[in-house]
Design a protein around this ligand. Structure first.
Ligand SMILES: [Ca+2]
Ligand SMILES: [Ca+2]
Length: 511
């Protein structure tokens, strides 16, 4: 058998050499009848669009400048994310007091630019409506300070927001300690029937910026069904450097951003592109340690075609997480780590650098440009600012993910040439496989070969249902169905303004 294989390989080689020699000698013209295979976009279906996310922020605003910075950014997305409430809380860094007044100060700046923002999108809410939603949380540190029988205004407002007859989940961003959430849930549990309380828990989605008081571990243990994204930690900052969220901008402070470009998160860049822009820019302070450590709690909620909030394992601007049970935890949560043997972990490999932080900093250029363009919206009329391109793939618009079913070995055709830009900007295209998206700990995702990664139209061949593992071991099996995540990034090319990128995520279900 081996001899036969060698012989046939040799024969094939000889034929190839002979053919190439013929080619060199004659440069034979193509037969007149030759026609390229016509480009026919492959049938795709739209996955459900989650619509706008609802968010309730619990922030230890006042402890250092960065919560205030994050609030400025959040307000520039108040048309794309429904801000249900902003509770001012404590944390390990600010134990005794809460500072809703600082949030009101930022909102006063928003009030000055809201009508300008509405020239770019009519969905920006009135400042008066937002002002009513800025409320004090628990005024004391940790679980010892909560009063379930006399909850703080922020705890009650959070429960009201969750109880609205709205089918969408309520995202709770823990930018500081979690004790106001613990207070709210203890209050509700004592008053609701078990089914109603279970429905409340099912409505919540927590994204926690590490554990900044003792409430996080308690909440995860006490409410095992509570949807949780984040890396459990001690209560102080000793373990922050390993947490995904530091990929937002922590490169120099935490010394963990190898491979990341720091330019667009430096105070110099922020001075010019954010702080210099009008009243809202003036409310954006210079950072003390890092830029906007809490922003990842909502960055993945921005509807950009890449983010899929319900699937932290798919990755997006807010980072990528793996559903697993970290050491010392009583249940699974969307967290970091994973199987290093299989190399199916929460880390992304970007430009040869593998880290959890890369799952955020890989998008840095795009999300910083996006913010800079939003700041232009606060001071410029529509004609003088940039707006996002609108990708269209195989005739399907909107930002919802696409699903294509295919077999290993098959080639699919993708056409984004109908994509548009509201400013008439020319567009550039980039198709890439997000190899780590959707890792479930079993095996690598399918392998793709993209024929024209920078063209509006490309064909993509599924070269294997499971990509080759780094270890070629016979016991590694390939499940019968695997899903590849192909991403199209469409970027506009405005003159003298930050370019904006929007995406389409294309799931290719391979059998
Ligand atoms: Ca904070
Ligand atoms: Ca544009």
């Amino acid at each position: 058998m081996a001899e036969h294989f060698k012989a046939s390989a040799w024969v094939q080689g000889a034929i190839l050499i002979a053919l190439s020699q013929v080619g060199v000698a004659q440069a034979a013209p193509r037969p007149a009848a030759f026609k390229p295979t016509p480009f026919k976009p492959t049938a795709a279906t739209l996955l459900p669009d989650a619509g706008k996310a609802r968010v309730f922020v619990l922030s230890d605003i006042g402890n250092e400048p960065d919560d205030q910075m994050s609030l400025v950014r959040l307000l520039t997305y108040a048309n794309d994310i429904d801000i249900e409430g902003f509770g001012a809380t404590t944390s390990i860094f600010q134990r005794e007091k809460v500072r809703p007044d600082i949030a009101q100060h930022v909102l006063a700046a928003y009030a000055k630019v809201a009508s300008r923002l509405r020239e770019h999108s009519p969905d920006y809410p009135k400042a008066e409506d937002l002002a009513k939603r800025i409320l004090p949380g628990v005024e004391g540190y940790g679980l010892a300070s909560i009063k379930p029988d006399a909850p703080s205004p922020a705890a009650l407002a959070l429960l009201e927001a969750a109880a609205k007859p709205d089918p969408r989940p309520l995202w709770v961003g823990l930018w500081g300690g979690g004790n106001t959430l613990a207070e709210a849930l203890a209050h509700a549990k004592a008053r609701l029937a078990p089914e109603a309380f279970a429905a409340l828990i099912a409505k919540l989605r927590i994204y926690s910026i590490s554990d900044q008081d003792d409430a996080g571990p308690f909440l995860r243990r006490e409410y095992p069904a509570l949807f949780w994204v984040g890396k459990p930690s001690g209560q102080d900052s000793a373990e922050y450097a390993s947490a995904t969220w530091t990929g937002i901008s922590g490169d120099q402070f935490y010394r963990n951003g190898e491979g990341a470009d720091f330019t667009k998160v430096s105070n110099d860049w922020l001075e010019k592109n954010i702080r210099a822009k009008g009243p809202l820019g003036a409310a954006y302070p210079r950072y003390m340690f890092i830029m906007e450590g809490d922003t990842p709690a909502f960055l993945g909620l921005i509807p950009n075609g890449l983010n899929t909030p319900e699937r932290p394992d798919w990755g997006g601007w807010g980072g990528r997480y793996l559903l697993r049970q970290p050491t010392g935890e009583s249940r699974k949560l969307f967290s970091q780590g994973g199987d290093s043997f299989m190399r199916v972990t929460s880390a992304d490999t970007v430009n040869g650098h593998t880290s959890d932080h890369a799952t955020i900093w890989r998008w840095r250029d795009a999300f910083q440009n996006d913010f800079a363009s939003r700041m232009d919206w606060t001071i410029q009329p529509f004609a003088k600012a940039n707006h996002a391109p609108q990708p269209v793939v195989n005739g399907l618009g909107t930002l919802a993910p696409l699903l294509i079913k295919a077999k290993a070995g098959e080639t699919i055709q993708l056409d984004a040439s109908a994509s548009r830009d509201p400013d008439g900007n020319a567009l550039t295209y980039r198709w890439f496989a997000y190899d780590e998206a959707g890792f479930d700990g079993q095996s690598p995702n399918p392998a793709l070969s993209i024929a024209a990664p920078k063209a509006a139209r490309t064909s993509v061949t599924i070269t294997a249902r499971c990509a080759k593992s780094w270890l070629d071991l016979p016991q590694l099996t390939c499940p019968p169905v695997r899903t590849a995540h192909l991403v199209l990034a469409v970027t506009d090319t405005p003159k003298g303004q930050p370019a904006i990128t929007r995406y389409r995520r294309i799931l290719i279900e391979v059998r």
